[in-house]
Write a protein that binds this ligand. Structure first.
Ligand code: SF4
Length: 440
Protein backbone atom coordinates (compact mmCIF):
# COMPACT_ATOMS: atom_id res chain seq x y z
CA UNK A 1 0.00 0.00 0.00
CA UNK A 2 1.43 3.36 -0.97
CA UNK A 3 -0.01 6.71 -0.04
CA UNK A 4 -2.35 8.25 -2.56
CA UNK A 5 -1.78 11.82 -1.39
CA UNK A 6 -0.51 13.88 -4.30
CA UNK A 7 3.11 15.01 -4.16
CA UNK A 8 3.50 18.28 -2.37
CA UNK A 9 4.42 21.39 -4.29
CA UNK A 10 7.33 23.52 -3.28
CA UNK A 11 6.18 26.60 -1.38
CA UNK A 12 5.63 29.61 -3.68
CA UNK A 13 5.93 27.45 -6.77
CA UNK A 14 3.44 25.98 -9.17
CA UNK A 15 5.89 23.20 -9.98
CA UNK A 16 5.77 19.70 -8.55
CA UNK A 17 8.75 18.05 -6.88
CA UNK A 18 9.61 15.20 -9.24
CA UNK A 19 11.45 13.25 -6.51
CA UNK A 20 8.14 13.01 -4.64
CA UNK A 21 6.80 10.68 -7.33
CA UNK A 22 7.10 6.93 -7.32
CA UNK A 23 7.84 5.33 -10.72
CA UNK A 24 4.18 4.39 -11.18
CA UNK A 25 2.99 7.83 -10.22
CA UNK A 26 5.40 9.48 -12.64
CA UNK A 27 4.30 7.24 -15.49
CA UNK A 28 0.68 8.09 -14.70
CA UNK A 29 1.50 11.81 -14.61
CA UNK A 30 3.32 11.58 -17.95
CA UNK A 31 0.37 9.68 -19.43
CA UNK A 32 -1.98 12.43 -18.23
CA UNK A 33 0.22 14.96 -20.02
CA UNK A 34 0.46 12.87 -23.19
CA UNK A 35 4.15 12.10 -22.65
CA UNK A 36 5.16 8.53 -23.65
CA UNK A 37 5.62 6.12 -20.73
CA UNK A 38 9.21 5.18 -21.63
CA UNK A 39 10.23 8.80 -21.04
CA UNK A 40 9.53 8.34 -17.32
CA UNK A 41 12.16 5.57 -17.11
CA UNK A 42 14.67 7.70 -18.99
CA UNK A 43 14.12 10.63 -16.65
CA UNK A 44 14.37 8.43 -13.55
CA UNK A 45 17.77 7.19 -14.65
CA UNK A 46 19.02 10.76 -15.03
CA UNK A 47 17.57 11.79 -11.69
CA UNK A 48 18.75 8.92 -9.54
CA UNK A 49 21.57 7.08 -11.23
CA UNK A 50 23.32 10.17 -12.54
CA UNK A 51 22.02 12.62 -9.93
CA UNK A 52 21.15 15.35 -12.42
CA UNK A 53 19.58 18.51 -11.02
CA UNK A 54 18.58 20.07 -14.37
CA UNK A 55 16.27 18.64 -17.03
CA UNK A 56 18.48 20.36 -19.60
CA UNK A 57 21.28 17.90 -18.75
CA UNK A 58 19.09 14.93 -19.78
CA UNK A 59 20.53 14.60 -23.23
CA UNK A 60 18.38 11.81 -24.63
CA UNK A 61 14.91 13.26 -24.07
CA UNK A 62 14.91 16.09 -26.60
CA UNK A 63 14.84 19.86 -26.08
CA UNK A 64 11.04 20.18 -26.20
CA UNK A 65 10.55 17.70 -23.38
CA UNK A 66 13.42 19.22 -21.39
CA UNK A 67 11.66 22.58 -21.52
CA UNK A 68 8.27 21.09 -20.73
CA UNK A 69 9.52 19.14 -17.73
CA UNK A 70 11.35 22.18 -16.47
CA UNK A 71 8.04 24.06 -16.52
CA UNK A 72 6.22 21.23 -14.70
CA UNK A 73 8.75 20.08 -12.09
CA UNK A 74 11.61 21.09 -9.85
CA UNK A 75 14.37 18.67 -8.79
CA UNK A 76 14.87 18.90 -5.08
CA UNK A 77 18.15 19.15 -3.19
CA UNK A 78 18.56 20.35 0.40
CA UNK A 79 21.38 22.76 1.20
CA UNK A 80 24.38 21.40 3.08
CA UNK A 81 24.78 23.95 5.86
CA UNK A 82 27.59 22.24 7.75
CA UNK A 83 29.56 19.02 7.94
CA UNK A 84 31.69 17.32 10.59
CA UNK A 85 34.10 14.47 9.97
CA UNK A 86 34.92 12.01 12.72
CA UNK A 87 38.36 10.52 13.32
CA UNK A 88 36.80 7.20 12.23
CA UNK A 89 35.75 8.60 8.82
CA UNK A 90 32.08 9.10 9.65
CA UNK A 91 30.72 12.33 8.17
CA UNK A 92 27.72 14.15 9.61
CA UNK A 93 25.71 16.55 7.42
CA UNK A 94 23.48 19.33 8.64
CA UNK A 95 20.91 19.92 5.90
CA UNK A 96 18.44 22.76 5.43
CA UNK A 97 15.07 22.10 3.78
CA UNK A 98 13.13 24.62 1.64
CA UNK A 99 11.16 25.85 4.66
CA UNK A 100 14.45 26.25 6.59
CA UNK A 101 13.78 23.19 8.75
CA UNK A 102 17.05 21.47 9.62
CA UNK A 103 17.88 17.78 9.75
CA UNK A 104 21.01 15.66 9.97
CA UNK A 105 22.13 12.60 8.09
CA UNK A 106 25.31 10.59 8.48
CA UNK A 107 27.70 8.84 6.10
CA UNK A 108 29.43 5.82 7.65
CA UNK A 109 32.24 4.33 5.55
CA UNK A 110 33.50 0.84 6.23
CA UNK A 111 35.55 -1.71 4.38
CA UNK A 112 32.74 -3.65 2.76
CA UNK A 113 29.92 -1.18 2.81
CA UNK A 114 29.30 2.53 2.95
CA UNK A 115 26.13 3.32 4.78
CA UNK A 116 23.96 6.42 4.83
CA UNK A 117 21.89 6.91 7.95
CA UNK A 118 18.89 9.00 6.89
CA UNK A 119 16.32 11.03 8.81
CA UNK A 120 12.60 10.57 8.26
CA UNK A 121 11.21 13.48 10.26
CA UNK A 122 12.29 16.91 11.50
CA UNK A 123 12.69 16.04 15.17
CA UNK A 124 10.75 13.20 16.72
CA UNK A 125 7.54 12.92 18.72
CA UNK A 126 8.32 9.58 20.35
CA UNK A 127 10.36 11.15 23.14
CA UNK A 128 12.70 8.33 24.19
CA UNK A 129 14.36 9.73 27.28
CA UNK A 130 17.90 8.78 26.30
CA UNK A 131 17.69 10.39 22.84
CA UNK A 132 18.81 13.90 21.98
CA UNK A 133 16.54 14.03 18.92
CA UNK A 134 13.52 13.12 21.01
CA UNK A 135 14.52 15.70 23.60
CA UNK A 136 14.24 18.48 20.99
CA UNK A 137 10.62 17.60 20.08
CA UNK A 138 8.83 17.17 16.76
CA UNK A 139 8.40 19.68 13.93
CA UNK A 140 7.11 17.80 10.89
CA UNK A 141 7.36 14.76 8.63
CA UNK A 142 9.83 14.79 5.76
CA UNK A 143 8.53 14.54 2.21
CA UNK A 144 9.67 11.70 -0.04
CA UNK A 145 12.01 14.08 -1.91
CA UNK A 146 13.56 15.22 1.37
CA UNK A 147 14.31 11.59 2.30
CA UNK A 148 15.74 10.31 -0.99
CA UNK A 149 17.71 13.50 -1.59
CA UNK A 150 19.75 12.84 1.57
CA UNK A 151 21.26 9.90 -0.28
CA UNK A 152 21.88 11.96 -3.41
CA UNK A 153 23.48 14.80 -1.47
CA UNK A 154 25.82 12.45 0.37
CA UNK A 155 26.74 10.69 -2.86
CA UNK A 156 27.52 14.03 -4.53
CA UNK A 157 29.55 15.18 -1.55
CA UNK A 158 31.60 12.00 -1.32
CA UNK A 159 32.19 12.13 -5.06
CA UNK A 160 33.36 15.72 -4.82
CA UNK A 161 35.76 14.96 -2.04
CA UNK A 162 37.60 12.37 -4.01
CA UNK A 163 38.13 11.86 -7.72
CA UNK A 164 38.38 8.23 -8.84
CA UNK A 165 41.84 7.12 -9.88
CA UNK A 166 42.56 6.06 -13.46
CA UNK A 167 42.45 2.35 -12.61
CA UNK A 168 39.08 2.79 -10.93
CA UNK A 169 37.62 4.28 -14.08
CA UNK A 170 38.34 1.12 -16.03
CA UNK A 171 35.16 -0.91 -16.51
CA UNK A 172 34.51 -4.26 -14.86
CA UNK A 173 33.33 -5.56 -11.52
CA UNK A 174 36.40 -7.75 -11.27
CA UNK A 175 38.24 -4.71 -9.96
CA UNK A 176 36.39 -4.93 -6.67
CA UNK A 177 38.80 -6.20 -4.03
CA UNK A 178 36.65 -7.64 -1.31
CA UNK A 179 37.76 -8.16 2.28
CA UNK A 180 38.73 -11.74 3.06
CA UNK A 181 37.68 -14.16 5.76
CA UNK A 182 34.34 -15.52 6.86
CA UNK A 183 33.87 -13.37 9.91
CA UNK A 184 30.52 -11.68 9.82
CA UNK A 185 30.50 -7.93 10.00
CA UNK A 186 28.16 -5.66 11.80
CA UNK A 187 27.08 -2.45 10.13
CA UNK A 188 27.13 0.51 12.45
CA UNK A 189 23.41 0.68 12.37
CA UNK A 190 22.72 -2.94 13.12
CA UNK A 191 22.79 -4.85 9.88
CA UNK A 192 24.93 -7.96 9.84
CA UNK A 193 26.10 -9.13 6.47
CA UNK A 194 28.02 -12.05 5.14
CA UNK A 195 30.87 -11.00 2.85
CA UNK A 196 29.10 -12.45 -0.17
CA UNK A 197 26.09 -10.21 0.42
CA UNK A 198 27.96 -6.97 0.47
CA UNK A 199 29.32 -4.83 -2.33
CA UNK A 200 26.13 -3.96 -4.17
CA UNK A 201 26.85 -0.60 -5.65
CA UNK A 202 24.77 2.25 -6.89
CA UNK A 203 24.24 2.21 -10.63
CA UNK A 204 26.62 1.53 -13.46
CA UNK A 205 28.79 4.58 -12.98
CA UNK A 206 29.37 3.78 -9.35
CA UNK A 207 29.88 0.11 -10.12
CA UNK A 208 32.77 1.02 -12.38
CA UNK A 209 34.42 3.13 -9.70
CA UNK A 210 33.65 0.82 -6.77
CA UNK A 211 37.04 -0.42 -5.65
CA UNK A 212 37.43 -1.42 -2.04
CA UNK A 213 40.89 -1.18 -0.55
CA UNK A 214 42.09 -2.53 2.78
CA UNK A 215 40.98 -5.20 5.21
CA UNK A 216 38.90 -4.61 8.29
CA UNK A 217 39.12 -7.56 10.70
CA UNK A 218 36.46 -8.39 13.22
CA UNK A 219 37.27 -10.53 16.22
CA UNK A 220 34.78 -13.24 17.01
CA UNK A 221 34.20 -15.30 20.12
CA UNK A 222 31.48 -17.91 19.94
CA UNK A 223 28.45 -16.23 18.44
CA UNK A 224 29.33 -12.85 19.91
CA UNK A 225 31.13 -10.45 17.62
CA UNK A 226 32.85 -7.29 18.66
CA UNK A 227 34.20 -4.80 16.19
CA UNK A 228 37.66 -3.36 16.15
CA UNK A 229 38.01 0.36 15.56
CA UNK A 230 38.09 1.62 12.04
CA UNK A 231 40.96 3.89 11.22
CA UNK A 232 39.62 6.71 9.10
CA UNK A 233 38.25 7.55 5.69
CA UNK A 234 40.62 6.22 3.10
CA UNK A 235 40.74 5.71 -0.63
CA UNK A 236 37.94 3.64 -2.07
CA UNK A 237 35.11 4.85 0.15
CA UNK A 238 33.07 6.67 -2.44
CA UNK A 239 30.29 4.16 -3.01
CA UNK A 240 27.04 3.95 -1.07
CA UNK A 241 25.84 0.41 -0.43
CA UNK A 242 23.40 0.53 2.49
CA UNK A 243 20.71 2.79 3.85
CA UNK A 244 19.48 2.75 7.42
CA UNK A 245 16.50 4.73 8.68
CA UNK A 246 18.11 5.48 12.02
CA UNK A 247 18.53 9.24 11.82
CA UNK A 248 16.09 11.78 13.19
CA UNK A 249 12.48 10.67 13.56
CA UNK A 250 10.41 7.52 13.81
CA UNK A 251 10.14 6.24 10.22
CA UNK A 252 6.99 4.25 10.80
CA UNK A 253 5.18 7.41 11.90
CA UNK A 254 5.90 8.89 8.44
CA UNK A 255 5.17 5.65 6.68
CA UNK A 256 3.74 6.80 3.29
CA UNK A 257 6.79 8.97 2.55
CA UNK A 258 9.26 6.43 3.93
CA UNK A 259 7.68 3.63 1.92
CA UNK A 260 7.76 5.65 -1.30
CA UNK A 261 11.37 6.70 -0.61
CA UNK A 262 12.41 3.08 -0.03
CA UNK A 263 10.72 1.97 -3.24
CA UNK A 264 12.54 4.70 -5.15
CA UNK A 265 15.85 3.64 -3.61
CA UNK A 266 15.23 0.04 -4.66
CA UNK A 267 14.17 0.49 -8.28
CA UNK A 268 16.76 -0.54 -10.82
CA UNK A 269 16.47 2.62 -12.84
CA UNK A 270 16.66 4.66 -9.69
CA UNK A 271 19.21 4.20 -6.91
CA UNK A 272 19.25 0.43 -7.35
CA UNK A 273 19.70 -0.79 -3.77
CA UNK A 274 18.44 -4.25 -2.92
CA UNK A 275 15.79 -4.55 -0.23
CA UNK A 276 18.31 -6.41 1.92
CA UNK A 277 20.41 -3.24 1.98
CA UNK A 278 17.73 -1.06 3.51
CA UNK A 279 17.02 -1.27 7.22
CA UNK A 280 14.15 0.47 8.94
CA UNK A 281 14.59 1.03 12.63
CA UNK A 282 11.49 1.54 14.76
CA UNK A 283 10.66 2.20 18.37
CA UNK A 284 7.96 -0.44 17.88
CA UNK A 285 4.90 0.97 16.08
CA UNK A 286 3.19 -2.44 16.03
CA UNK A 287 0.41 -1.85 13.48
CA UNK A 288 2.86 -0.42 10.94
CA UNK A 289 5.31 -3.29 11.50
CA UNK A 290 2.48 -5.57 10.37
CA UNK A 291 1.82 -3.31 7.37
CA UNK A 292 5.44 -3.12 6.26
CA UNK A 293 5.59 -6.91 6.40
CA UNK A 294 2.95 -6.94 3.66
CA UNK A 295 4.28 -3.98 1.66
CA UNK A 296 8.04 -4.37 1.46
CA UNK A 297 10.52 -6.98 2.72
CA UNK A 298 13.19 -4.58 3.91
CA UNK A 299 15.21 -5.37 7.03
CA UNK A 300 13.69 -4.47 10.35
CA UNK A 301 15.43 -3.29 13.52
CA UNK A 302 13.34 -2.83 16.65
CA UNK A 303 14.56 -0.59 19.46
CA UNK A 304 13.59 -2.75 22.42
CA UNK A 305 16.00 -1.52 25.12
CA UNK A 306 14.24 -3.31 28.01
CA UNK A 307 12.87 -6.77 28.76
CA UNK A 308 9.84 -5.63 30.80
CA UNK A 309 7.07 -3.10 30.17
CA UNK A 310 7.85 -1.40 33.45
CA UNK A 311 11.46 -0.60 32.55
CA UNK A 312 10.68 0.10 28.92
CA UNK A 313 7.87 2.54 29.73
CA UNK A 314 10.20 4.42 32.06
CA UNK A 315 12.67 5.16 29.25
CA UNK A 316 10.38 4.91 26.19
CA UNK A 317 6.93 6.41 26.81
CA UNK A 318 5.71 4.94 23.49
CA UNK A 319 5.63 1.61 25.32
CA UNK A 320 2.45 2.78 27.05
CA UNK A 321 0.80 2.67 23.62
CA UNK A 322 2.64 -0.29 22.05
CA UNK A 323 3.66 -2.80 24.71
CA UNK A 324 6.41 -5.38 24.35
CA UNK A 325 3.78 -8.07 23.84
CA UNK A 326 2.19 -6.17 20.93
CA UNK A 327 5.59 -5.52 19.35
CA UNK A 328 6.63 -9.18 19.54
CA UNK A 329 3.27 -10.23 18.10
CA UNK A 330 3.82 -7.82 15.18
CA UNK A 331 7.34 -9.21 14.72
CA UNK A 332 5.94 -12.75 14.55
CA UNK A 333 3.60 -11.61 11.82
CA UNK A 334 6.52 -10.00 9.98
CA UNK A 335 8.25 -13.39 10.17
CA UNK A 336 5.26 -15.20 8.82
CA UNK A 337 5.75 -13.09 5.64
CA UNK A 338 9.56 -13.18 5.55
CA UNK A 339 10.81 -16.34 7.18
CA UNK A 340 14.39 -15.87 5.97
CA UNK A 341 14.85 -12.35 7.36
CA UNK A 342 16.14 -12.04 10.91
CA UNK A 343 14.81 -9.15 12.94
CA UNK A 344 17.42 -7.17 14.83
CA UNK A 345 16.52 -6.10 18.35
CA UNK A 346 18.49 -3.06 19.48
CA UNK A 347 19.34 -2.96 23.16
CA UNK A 348 20.94 0.20 24.56
CA UNK A 349 22.70 -0.55 27.86
CA UNK A 350 22.08 2.16 30.46
CA UNK A 351 23.92 1.92 33.74
CA UNK A 352 21.65 0.75 36.55
CA UNK A 353 18.52 0.89 34.39
CA UNK A 354 18.40 -2.16 32.13
CA UNK A 355 21.83 -3.81 32.39
CA UNK A 356 21.40 -6.29 35.25
CA UNK A 357 21.85 -10.07 34.97
CA UNK A 358 18.11 -10.43 35.61
CA UNK A 359 17.41 -8.17 32.64
CA UNK A 360 19.71 -10.28 30.46
CA UNK A 361 17.95 -13.49 31.55
CA UNK A 362 14.50 -11.98 30.88
CA UNK A 363 15.60 -10.71 27.48
CA UNK A 364 16.94 -14.15 26.60
CA UNK A 365 13.62 -15.76 27.51
CA UNK A 366 11.70 -13.17 25.53
CA UNK A 367 13.68 -13.36 22.30
CA UNK A 368 14.80 -16.99 22.15
CA UNK A 369 11.64 -18.16 20.36
CA UNK A 370 12.04 -15.54 17.62
CA UNK A 371 14.24 -15.70 14.52
CA UNK A 372 16.27 -12.72 15.65
CA UNK A 373 19.54 -11.28 16.77
CA UNK A 374 20.42 -8.74 19.42
CA UNK A 375 22.51 -5.67 18.79
CA UNK A 376 23.99 -4.29 21.99
CA UNK A 377 24.51 -0.53 21.91
CA UNK A 378 26.70 1.48 24.23
CA UNK A 379 25.20 4.77 25.30
CA UNK A 380 26.51 7.93 23.64
CA UNK A 381 26.19 10.69 26.16
CA UNK A 382 25.01 14.25 25.43
CA UNK A 383 24.71 17.40 27.53
CA UNK A 384 21.71 17.36 29.81
CA UNK A 385 20.88 13.66 29.55
CA UNK A 386 20.38 11.91 32.88
CA UNK A 387 21.90 8.56 31.87
CA UNK A 388 25.31 6.95 32.00
CA UNK A 389 26.74 4.25 29.78
CA UNK A 390 27.06 0.81 31.37
CA UNK A 391 30.66 -0.01 32.28
CA UNK A 392 32.50 -2.44 30.00
CA UNK A 393 32.38 -5.26 32.56
CA UNK A 394 28.59 -5.10 32.61
CA UNK A 395 28.43 -4.91 28.82
CA UNK A 396 30.54 -8.06 28.61
CA UNK A 397 28.61 -10.04 31.21
CA UNK A 398 25.22 -8.98 29.76
CA UNK A 399 26.34 -10.02 26.30
CA UNK A 400 27.76 -13.33 27.56
CA UNK A 401 24.47 -14.34 29.16
CA UNK A 402 22.63 -13.81 25.87
CA UNK A 403 25.32 -15.50 23.84
CA UNK A 404 25.72 -18.59 26.02
CA UNK A 405 21.93 -18.83 26.15
CA UNK A 406 21.95 -19.30 22.38
CA UNK A 407 21.10 -15.85 21.03
CA UNK A 408 23.08 -14.28 18.23
CA UNK A 409 24.56 -11.09 19.68
CA UNK A 410 26.70 -8.24 18.38
CA UNK A 411 28.13 -5.24 20.16
CA UNK A 412 27.88 -2.28 17.85
CA UNK A 413 31.02 -0.25 17.42
CA UNK A 414 30.76 3.42 18.26
CA UNK A 415 30.90 5.41 15.04
CA UNK A 416 30.96 9.18 14.92
CA UNK A 417 30.53 9.70 18.67
CA UNK A 418 33.24 12.40 18.64
CA UNK A 419 31.12 14.55 16.28
CA UNK A 420 27.76 13.77 17.93
CA UNK A 421 26.80 11.61 14.96
CA UNK A 422 26.27 8.37 16.85
CA UNK A 423 22.88 6.86 17.61
CA UNK A 424 20.61 9.12 19.65
CA UNK A 425 22.91 12.13 19.29
CA UNK A 426 21.47 13.82 16.19
CA UNK A 427 19.85 17.22 16.43
CA UNK A 428 19.08 20.24 14.25
CA UNK A 429 21.95 22.59 14.92
CA UNK A 430 25.45 22.98 13.59
CA UNK A 431 27.11 22.16 16.94
CA UNK A 432 30.69 21.15 16.20
CA UNK A 433 30.20 20.95 12.43
CA UNK A 434 32.20 22.97 9.92
CA UNK A 435 29.80 25.57 8.58
CA UNK A 436 29.70 25.47 4.79
CA UNK A 437 26.91 27.97 4.17
CA UNK A 438 25.80 30.70 6.52
CA UNK A 439 22.08 31.03 7.03
CA UNK A 440 20.84 34.52 6.18
S1 SF4 B 1 15.36 7.01 19.64
FE1 SF4 B 1 14.36 7.23 17.65
S2 SF4 B 1 12.16 7.03 18.15
FE2 SF4 B 1 13.19 7.47 20.11
S3 SF4 B 1 13.09 9.72 20.31
FE3 SF4 B 1 15.04 9.23 19.29
S4 SF4 B 1 14.62 9.42 17.09
FE4 SF4 B 1 12.64 9.24 18.16
Amino acid sequence: MIATTPPTQKPNSCKDGILNYSADELEAKFAEEGIPKFRASQVLVWLYRFGKTSFYDMTNIGTDLQKRLDEMFYIYRPQIIATAESADGTVKFLLEMSDRAMIECVYIPDIKRNTVCVSSQVGCAVGCKFCKTGDAGFTRDLLTEEIVSQLLVVRDYIGHQRKPSESELLPGDSQCIEGTGSTQQEADCGLQLKPSESGLLLGDTERRSGVYIGVHEHSSTGSTQQETDYGGLSEGKSTLTNVVFMGMGEPLLNYPNVLRAMRNMMLDEKVGLSRRKITVSTAGISPVIKQIAKDLPCRLAVSLHAPTDEIRSSIMPINNTYSIESILAACSEYHSHHKFLKITFEYLLLDGINDSKECAMSLLKLLKPLHSKVNILRFNSWDGCGFRASPSTKVQSFTRILSTGGLEVSIRSKRGADIMAACGQLSSNAGDCTVIQSRT
